[in-house]
Design a protein around this ligand. Structure first.
Ligand code: CTP
Length: 236
C-alpha cells in the first residue's frame, strides 16, 4: 500500500486550510432609493450566498440617465445602504451596467440580483456581461413592495391604499376582470404580501439570545418609510 510522504500530507492540509480561508465575495448593485424591506431582503439573501458582501450603489446621474431621478440623493442612499447589517462594504457611484472589471476590481466571485430584469435607457439587460461570463446569481425578489409603489401611495394620499386591488374591486362592486387591465394585481405593485412567519423572523434576526442580566430595550413606533435615522439605530 502506498504511504503518503510528509510533504504530500502537508500540502493537502495546506490546501484544505486555504479552501477554508477562501472567502466568497459577493457583489450586489442597485439604486436603493427609499430603502424598503424588499431591498433589505435582497441584501440578506445575497450575503447568505457568500462570506463578504459588497453593495454597489448607483449615482444620481446614472439613475437619472437610465430610469429617472431618484427621491433620495446619492449621499442619503449610500448612508442608508451602509447602515444595513448584512452589508460589509459600499461602493459609491457603481456603474449601471455591471461589468466584469467591476467584479475583478473588488475581487468578487459573482453578482447577485433579484429575479426581475433591469434594463438601461436603450433596453439592454444591465447584467448581460456578468450573465454571459457565468458570474450572475439570482435571489428571490420580494413581492408587493417597490419604490415606485411607495411613491404612488404618497401621491395618492388615500386612506384605502392598504387595501388589495382585489378587495377594492369587490368592495366597490366594480365589474371587470382583476387579472387584466389597469387594476390588475401585480407582484410589483399593491400591498405587501410579506408574511411574518417564524421562519422569516429567524432569518431577519441576529440569532443572539439575551444573556442573564442584559438590558432589553423595547421600541415602539409606526416605522413608516424607513429612513437613515431608523437604519442607523439598527432597525435593519
Ligand atoms: N429588490 C427585491 N425586491 C423588491 C425590490 C427590489 O429583491 N421588492 C432587489 C432588486 O432585484 C435588486 C435590489 O433589490 O437586486 C436593488 O433594487 P433597485 O435597483 O434599488 O431597484 P428596483 O429593482 O427597481 O426596486 P425598487 O423600485 O423597489 O427600487
Amino acid at each position: 500500500m502506498a504511504t503518503k510522504r510528509v510533504s504530500d500530507v502537508q500540502s493537502s492540509a495546506e490546501m484544505a486550510s486555504e479552501k477554508k480561508q477562501k472567502q466568497v465575495r459577493v457583489w450586489v448593485d442597485g439604486c436603493f432609493d427609499m430603502v424598503h424591506f424588499g431591498h433589505a431582503n435582497a441584501i440578506r439573501q445575497a450575503r447568505q450566498m457568500g462570506d463578504y458582501l459588497i453593495v454597489g450603489v448607483h449615482s444620481d446621474e446614472e439613475i437619472s440617465k437610465h430610469k429617472g431621478p431618484p427621491v433620495y440623493n446619492e449621499q442619503e442612499r449610500y448612508k442608508m445602504v451602509r447602515a444595513i447589517k448584512w452589508v460589509d462594504e459600499v461602493v459609491e457611484d457603481a456603474p449601471y451596467v455591471t461589468t466584469l472589471e467591476t467584479l475583478e476590481k473588488y475581487n468578487c466571485d459573482f453578482c447577485v440580483h433579484g429575479d426581475d430584469i433591469t434594463v438601461t435607457a436603450d433596453g439592454t439587460d444591465t447584467y448581460h456581461l456578468v450573465k454571459a461570463a457565468g458570474k450572475y446569481k439570482e435571489c428571490k425578489r420580494t413581492a408587493g413592495v417597490s419604490t415606485t409603489d411607495l411613491v404612488g401611495r404618497m401621491l395618492l394620499v388615500t386612506k384605502s391604499h392598504h387595501e388589495r386591488d382585489e378587495e377594492k374591486a369587490v368592495d366597490k362592486n366594480q365589474a371587470g376582470d382583476i387579472g387584466s387591465g389597469s387594476t390588475a394585481s401585480s407582484p410589483w405593485t399593491g400591498v405587501s404580501q410579506f408574511l411574518p412567519t417564524s421562519n422569516k423572523i429567524i432569518q431577519f434576526s441576529s440569532g443572539k439570545e439575551p444573556k442573564p442580566g442584559d438590558k432589553i430595550v423595547y421600541v415602539a413606533g409606526a416605522f413608516d418609510l424607513f429612513h437613515i435615522l431608523l437604519l442607523m439605530n439598527g432597525f435593519i
